[in-house]
Design a binder for this molecule. Structure first.
Ligand SMILES: Nc1ncnc2c1ncn2[C@@H]1O[C@H](COP(=O)(O)OP(=O)(O)O)[C@@H](O)[C@H]1O
Ligand SMILES: [Mg+2]
Length: 282
């Protein structure tokens, strides 16, 4: 092999060693969906969805309301079994896991520890009547941390990171504004250093002024922590800001996928073109 070949980018490897190249990429991936289908009626839900997510990547699921984004996210995150297809997740040490072949307890543990899920409505993702500090500490306790002082220090640190006054640590989130609740939900999810975070319209229910601040915060955290994220949004401005790559969904199917800038600046599919021209968002 000459020097040029040896220095060829990784993508070129598969031309030289097709099997090894494929294998390497497969080993590096974090999640793979294969033909994932969950339908509530014709074109209602998601069907034939396949993609690969790599570590540190933010994948946006975009499309108009009702196109199946939340259904797909729910299947990917272990909450709704697919009618057909598979979801594979690569565990840190123990290799690939078929999410729906695994036992219920394994799936639940994933959701409490290695995965996070940020709901559109923070009330669905927080325990509203227990303190902010306890909301943050809960996932750490699920991972086995019991030391009170340490839990409290970590909670304080995360309140600071999501710009909530430390003095509110013992207050219940029901006394917080919507924006604060959403920031607390983000802290609650990120405190356990999840490897993969699912987000369903994380700023969808908030005032525009509050949205901007939370998006900024999310963008900073995603970069700083090198998070892998699957993000549902109907808002292309949110997709532009946060996502590296997009899947465009329409009536339960993917109609186009690619790099965010490519799709938003030069959409190929007529539906993506409509979406980008805002016709469908009015
Ligand atoms: N649990 C359910 N039972 C029946 N129909 C559902 C259910 N969840 C979603 N749907 C339907 O599936 C379609 C896709 O919904 P959804 O995944 O929520 O879309 P999106 O998140 O893109 O707005 C819609 O027509 C919706 O009414
Ligand atoms: Mg939805």
């Amino acid at each position: 092999m000459n020097m040029n070949a040896a220095l060829a980018p990784a993508a070129g490897l598969s031309e030289w060693f097709p099997e090894e190249g494929e294998d390497r990429r497969a080993r590096q991936a974090l999640m793979r969906a294969e033909g994932v289908t969950r339908l509530f009626g014709p074109e209602k839900g998601c069907q034939d969805i396949s993609f690969t997510l790599y570590p540190g990547e933010v994948l946006g699921l975009v499309g108009e309301s009702g196109s199946g984004k939340s259904t797909l996210l729910s299947v990917l995150s272990g909450r709704t079994p697919p009618d057909r297809g598979r979801v594979h997740y690569r565990k840190d040490d123990s290799g690939w896991l078929d999410v729906y072949q695994a036992e219920e307890a394994v799936r639940r543990r994933l959701l409490r520890t290695e995965w996070g899920f940020v709901e559109q409505n923070p009330r669905d993702g927080l325990r509203m009547s227990v303190s902010a500090g306890a909301n943050i500490g809960e996932r750490l306790m699920a991972q086995g941390l019991r030391h009170y002082g340490q839990l409290r220090r970590t909670a304080l640190d995360w309140l600071r990171q999501v710009e909530i006054d430390a003095a509110r640590i013992d207050d219940a989130p029901q006394s917080f504004s919507g924006g604060m609740q959403q920031r607390l939900q983000i802290a609650r999810n990120l405190v356990s250093s999840p490897r993969l975070v699912f987000m369903d319209e994380p700023t969808g229910g908030l005032d525009v002024s509050v949205q901007a601040r939370i998006l900024d915060l999310l963008r900073g955290l995603v970069r700083e922590l090198g998070l892998s994220v699957i993000l549902v949004t109907h808002d292309l401005a949110v997709a532009r800001l946060l996502a590296d790559r997009l899947l465009v969904m329409r009536r339960s199917r993917i109609v186009e996928s690619g790099l965010t800038d490519q799709i938003l600046d030069d959409p190929q599919h007529p539906y993506s073109q409509l979406l980008v021209s805002s016709v469908l968002q009015a």
